[in-house]
Ligand binder design. Structure first.
Ligand code: WT7
Length: 676
């Protein structure tokens, strides 16, 4: 039945040098291509004469566009009868209803059928030079054994399995095994603390967890199984924990624990795929919001996979046989869409990067590019900024001639980092694609689209909406800004297949967060600038979410932990500009009356608490003890003012007349800890 089948606003655009992609690629003259050759998925669409027209049609007649690509790109066991059924005002999003398919079949079986020996995964282990390759045939076998094992242990269609593992082949096989048997996965980044893990397991109502004995990253061993054990103390509903062995060191096994590899060996290598509906849940992924606890965004089967696959192919100019190197951790959406689902759906060879950019030295990435012959490299600005400081020699040592496209994701890329990435890493030869998207969007929404060889790229700008994406900017009154050379709140006027469908167990929060601020539109939470030419540049979050080394964190979550300290009366956390991390965490803390403590000791304690309750990256870089915080007369902390203070933007403080006592601001300014 299954086979075969078919930055910030400071960086204004006008000051940037302009280059055209044609000059990078030496392919000018191919501009008037025929659509079928460029995008075979769209070959059946009538009356489309070029890429610009195709992009037009993908928005004006998005149903025809998405129907054509969904038929071409995915392998269905039953065709869909309805392309879309969406109503953004109610947060209702459904794509390809009636269609049935299995995501693991789309990512594995169909490639095994045509080329079983093609390498699916290259595991770039922490230990340099010890990479391991897995063919599509091998990955399918691992996935099937695991799928059978999970089934034998009672995991059913619709259950949710939490995966707490570093980026490794068994983690990918675990995700795909869930997809194979119709269970949802909930990958929790292995850098999260026991408390953060437990909270996500409870919210997801997972009764099964998959982990490893220990993790290895940057030469350091982390005790992941022990962290799971700690989390289990507050997760009574977990029945079983599968433990894979990343190192040779044994760990204490309890009655709940199952030795994963040993048990996998007993399983059959054939595992019947579950027949899934397009809108069944594929995974939950928790991310931070501006208020409240992290939310479990829900992505479903067909639309998500299609969008990940299409963006992977066209944003990065991926071609069959290319080696795709996205260095993100599978614990984030980038890892889901561009390490696992997008590349595997396209039959690519995808790299699993387990290490850090500077281990054992700052040449790690480029040594890897040479060794694995990587064609597309996709990383975060924070790492680029860090490596830039170590100097060009670490890049120049290695042969990077295989590189064709360089991608950037997670936060704005400043011009200096962009230029260095382009000039040094890419030898001035490879287009740099700054890709804007979010956990909520499922895949890249705004990017330069290098598949169009004539496309101009402006450094530091995300540039153009992808096929089917219809961005709009809103003013403070909630009106659409129609002119160019303007800034506003970035919203999407149309649904697309990759977008999240709901927040697990809280559809109302989904509506309130994304659809209620601008009724009829999806609100991203980001601000953007649209240039005279109509290009987009992301200017940063409009809410209390900050971005530390590409990791998203709500300031309220950090305040919550700080406020749990018995000595603390109240606190306010804001982000400030950090030269490597993009943003750092700055906490203002007011102690309870009569508390007599050494500030340094308390700072250490608070840092420890945040690392323990959330993760290390959320720990404040600066803690300033203040007598009081600037508040409005109604008692609301003025975070806007605090943000300006830590940015040393005293002129931008704005109207302080609504403050209860303006002197509070002066006190804080005097004691500020950083020269930002
Ligand atoms: C937030 C989403 C997208 C996968 C990784 C992060 C910021 C993301 C860019 C970019 C400027 C960016 C936004 C967005 N962001 N990419 N190219 N330029 N800002 O996913 O954890 O869901 O975070 O990251 O603020 O809202 P995420």
């Amino acid at each position: 039945m299954w086979l075969p089948c078919g930055c910030t606003s400071k960086y204004v655009a006008s000051s940037f040098a302009r280059r055209t992609l044609a000059s990078y690629l030496h392919v000018s003259g191919r501009s008037r291509c025929n659509v079928a050759a460029f995008m075979p998925e769209a070959a059946g669409l009538e009356g489309v004469s070029g890429r610009a027209a195709l992009r037009e049609l993908s928005v004006s007649n998005s149903e025809s566009f998405w129907a054509a690509v969904a038929r071409h790109r995915l392998c269905w066991s039953t065709p869909f009868h309805t392309v879309q059924d969406c109503d953004l005002s109610r947060g209702k999003i459904k794509w390809f209803e009636g269609g049935k398919l299995n995501v693991s079949v789309n990512c594995l079986d169909r490639h095994v059928h045509t080329c079983p020996e093609r390498v699916a995964l290259i595991w770039e282990r922490d230990e340099r030079g010890s990479e391991m390759k897995y063919t599509y045939g091998e990955l399918l076998e691992m996935t099937c054994r695991l799928g059978n094992l999970l089934r034998r242990h009672g995991v059913k269609r619709g259950d949710c399995v939490t995966i707490y593992m570093p980026t490794c082949p068994l983690a990918v096989a675990s995700m795909l095994a869930c997809a194979r048997i119709g269970a949802a996965h909930n990958v929790v980044f292995a850098g999260f603390s026991a408390d953060a893990l437990a909270e996500r397991i409870r919210d997801a109502q997972s009764s099964t967890v998959i982990t490893v004995n220990q993790g290895v990253r940057g030469g350091k061993v982390t005790e992941l199984k022990k962290t799971v054990d700690t989390a289990m103390q507050s997760c009574p509903t977990v029945k079983q924990v599968f433990v894979a062995m990343r190192t040779d060191n044994p760990v204490t096994m309890t009655a709940r624990d199952i030795a994963m590899e040993e048990e996998m060996l007993k399983e059959d290598v054939v595992c019947e795929p579950a027949v899934m509906n397009s809108e069944d849940v594929l995974f939950l992924l928790y991310t931070s919001g501006s208020t409240g606890k992290p939310k479990g965004l829900v992505h479903t089967q067909a639309g998500y996979l299609l969008y990940a696959a299409l963006t992977h192919r066209y944003v990065f100019s991926y071609h069959d046989g290319d080696v795709f190197g996205c260095v993100a951790d599978i614990g984030w959406i980038t890892g889901h869409s561009y390490v696992v689902y997008g590349p595997l759906a396209n039959g690519a060879t995808t790299v699993l990067f387990e290490s850090t950019p500077i281990y054992p030295d700052p040449g790690r990435y480029w040594d890897m590019v040479e060794r694995l012959k990587i064609n597309q490299f996709y990383g975060a600005p924070t790492a680029i900024r860090l490596l830039l400081k170590y100097g060009d020699q670490w890049v120049n040592k290695y042969d990077r001639s295989t590189l064709k496209t360089l991608g950037s994701v997670g936060e704005p890329i400043n011009t200096e980092a962009w230029e260095w990435y382009h000039r040094v890493v890419g030898d001035g030869r490879c287009p740099v694609v700054d890709t804007w998207w979010q956990t909520e969007t499922g895949g890249i929404c705004i990017a330069p689209r290098p598949s169009d060889p004539d496309a101009e790229i402006v450094p530091g700008m995300a540039m153009r909406p992808f096929f089917g994406i219809n961005p709009v900017l809103m003013d403070t009154e909630g009106e659409v800004l129609t002119s160019n050379n303007t800034s506003g709140a970035l919203c999407m006027a149309q649904p697309w297949p990759g977008m999240a469908r709901t927040i697990h167990n809280n559809h109302q929060r989904f509506i309130d967060t994304y659809f209620q601020p601008y009724p009829g539109y999806f609100f991203t939470g980001d601000g953007a600038y649209r240039s005279e030419e109509g290009y987009y540049q992301i200017t940063g979050r409009l809410d209390d979410v900050i971005n530390v080394s590409g990791h998203r964190i709500g300031t309220a979550e950090i305040e919550d932990v700080v406020n749990q300290c018995p000595a603390v009366a109240e606190s306010a956390v804001v982000g400030y500009t950090h030269s490597i991390k993009g943003q750092g965490v700055y906490a203002f803390v007011v102690l309870k009356k009569g508390i007599d403590v050494q500030e340094a000791d308390l700072s250490r304690q608070l840092n420890g608490m945040v690392s323990e309750k959330i993760a290390k990256y959320a720990s404040p870089d600066f803690i300033q003890f203040a007598k009081r915080l600037p508040k409005t007369r109604s008692g609301k902390i003025m975070r806007r003012v605090l943000r300006k203070v830590v940015e040393s933007d005293l002129e931008g403080l704005g109207d302080l007349s609504t403050l209860d006592d303006p002197a509070a601001v002066q006190e804080i300014i005097q004691d500020i800890n950083i020269s930002a």
